[in-house]
Design a protein around this ligand. Structure first.
Ligand code: VG1
Ligand code: CO
Length: 543
């Protein structure tokens, strides 16, 4: 077999962000760009020889071309076996499961998650390790360092392979298996949840609607809800993954999944609505006239875990990313289990999950998951909610109201300012950081500031330290105002401002979150001099 060593020059911009390397498709299409990064990943895994690599993506534009390149590079870089999803497809949680199930050394996931797809939009790639989870910070730094000094990559000069049928083949010393991307994952769901109880629910008068937003969860949701659980045909909408996701923005929130949100707040609403994102790791949960914030979702599932067979014996602990509301902490304290606060990004949950310290974890960005894999898992969250509904016989609205009555409500909203010039965004945070030493003790927005800091995390398992994970203004009554820059965007800078306030008064539990949090929103704008510096009057997206 002809293996070529191709000379190349480093690219200066291959530092992975919150979740892998994300760039415009046109950037990835530059000569050697994808190859350089893949070689940097392979070089960072010196023990790869003869081992298994899982490969697949969310089906977005450039997925197929990228997979053919990576197959040839994997062959030239001594991988022993490649497990590839049919048509090059795999959801992110399915890759995590397949890595673990087949004891692979790792996997490459081709996705830019919820970012739009198509020739003008985004592509991405990330490496997950043998625990099924995103590469740790130290591995990510190693990959980045490699990408800055690379001078050559290795690639086999062989023909493209057929991705569209399940089959096995051998190229050189590498065995290649094209497998069903759905089956193993659906089997795992069947083990975790009580499928007979869920089938009874979905085959009765109960109605649900799942919107796959033309992205990867379509085939998974069809198999699980319609085929295995017998929900009526049409329960899953927009179920065929398209290379441009139908021109939409596959982000499950009230803004980008508007048709579903409108339906759920209408007279004709079914009992339950859910959506997922481009690569299948996010979820949005809705009831008739009810929207569950992701922070509340984690708290409710933690409180109701006994409704799910796999977790009925209790949870080890629960973790949330720092900007996620403290609702789950309150539940954990009541249950007497440990709770942890990690930086943004699923990679930070990995050590806690591996060490058996937590069972559930979640992020405010529509991510929820458990120790069944090492990624957030959209369909898992939907099945978990259905289990709670089936077990309790209550509606989403009733579950939420009862939860707030018992634990209090964490009012929450995130405001995003997208595509700001980077210097302006940096200036806002610099200005805020400069004020932070004098904030404690001040009365702002009717609340007393307790502390103001830049969040730093020490991993309780390996002691590694991650600094500069977000600026926090913490108030004595538990309210919080948090600022950080996105690490997943591909154009300019996105400022995320997170607002949270805790309410225990039973008469104040049904307020509109935007109104309730308005003083904190105003304060956030003042502290960053947002309007003056950016000229923006309103956020791009509110979740
Ligand atoms: C965002 C979210 C973060 C999430 C990450 C990847 O990161 O805030 O919570 O883990 O996306 O999710 P950032 O740095 O842009 O805030 V996904 O579904 O894009 O893999
Ligand atoms: Co995603």
């Amino acid at each position: 077999m002809d293996i070529a060593t191709v000379s190349t020059q480093p690219f200066a911009d291959q530092r992975p962000g919150t979740s892998g390397l994300r760039k415009k498709v046109t950037v990835f299409q530059q000569a050697h760009y994808l190859e350089n990064f893949v070689q940097a990943v392979f070089d960072a895994i010196p023990d790869r020889s003869g081992k298994t690599l899982v490969l697949g993506g969310d089906g977005r534009y450039y997925n197929r071309e990228a997979i053919q390149i990576i197959i040839k590079m994997a062959v030239a870089n001594d991988w022993g076996e490649l497990l590839i999803g049919r048509q090059g497809l795999f959801s992110t949680p399915a890759v995590s499961h397949v890595i673990r199930h087949y004891h692979a050394r790792g996997g490459l996931i081709l996705s830019a998650s919820h970012n739009p797809a198509g020739p003008e939009h985004d592509f991405g790639i990330k490496f997950n390790g043998e625990n099924g989870g995103p590469a740790s910070e130290s591995l990510t730094e190693k990959i980045w360092a490699g990408s800055k000094t690379i001078s050559a990559y290795r690639i086999a000069r062989v023909a493209d392979i057929d991705l569209d049928h399940e089959h096995d083949l051998q190229i050189g010393t590498t065995r290649i298996r094209i497998i069903d991307p759905v089956r193993d994952y659906a089997d795992m769901m069947e083990k975790l949840f009580d499928f007979s109880a869920l089938a009874r629910l979905l085959q009765g008068p109960f109605r649900m609607r799942f919107d796959a937003l033309h992205a990867i969860t379509g085939p998974y949701a069809k198999e699980v809800f319609e085929r295995r659980l017998g929900a009526p045909a049409g329960t899953v909408q927009n179920a065929v993954p398209l290379p441009d996701f139908g021109g939409g923005h596959p982000d499950p929130n009230l803004v980008y999944a508007k048709p579903l949100a409108d339906l759920m707040f209408s007279e004709q609403a079914p009992d339950f609505g859910a959506a997922s994102d481009g690569d299948g790791d996010r979820n949005m949960i809705l009831g008739h006239g009810a929207f569950v914030t992701p922070s509340d979702s984690l708290a409710v599932l933690t409180a109701q875990a006994r409704c799910i067979p796999a977790y009925a014996s209790g949870l080890h602990g629960v973790a949330r990313s720092m900007p996620t509301s403290q609702a789950a902490d309150v539940v954990a304290q009541t249950l007497g289990i440990e709770h942890f606060e990690t930086p943004t990004g699923w990679k930070f949950f990995g050590n806690l999950l591996d060490a058996g310290r937590i069972t559930f974890c979640g992020e405010e960005s529509f991510g929820t998951g458990s120790d069944h894999v090492r990624e957030k898992d959209g369909l898992w969250a939907v099945l978990a909610w259905l289990s709670v509904l089936a077990h309790s016989g209550q509606s989403v609205r009733e579950i939420l109201d009862a939860h707030w009555q018992r634990f209090g409500r964490h009012y929450y909203t995130r405001h995003d300012y997208e595509e700001l010039p980077s210097e302006i965004a940096e200036e806002m945070l610099r200005g805020l950081r400069a004020q932070m030493p004098v904030l404690p003790g001040q009365l702002l927005a009717g609340r007393e500031v307790q502390t103001a800091d830049d969040f730093s995390y020490t991993d309780p398992i390996d002691g590694s330290v991650s600094e500069h994970q977000g600026l926090r203004v913490l108030f004595t009554d538990g309210a919080r105002l948090i600022f950080r820059l996105s690490g997943t965007g591909t154009a300019g800078a996105t400022l995320r401002v997170y607002h949270e306030a805790y309410e225990r008064d039973p008469a104040q539990l049904q307020r509109d979150p935007q109104r309730y949090l308005a003083p904190l929103v105003q304060l956030g704008k003042e502290l960053t001099r947002l309007e003056t510096l950016s000229g923006r009057k309103a956020p791009t997206v509110i979740t």
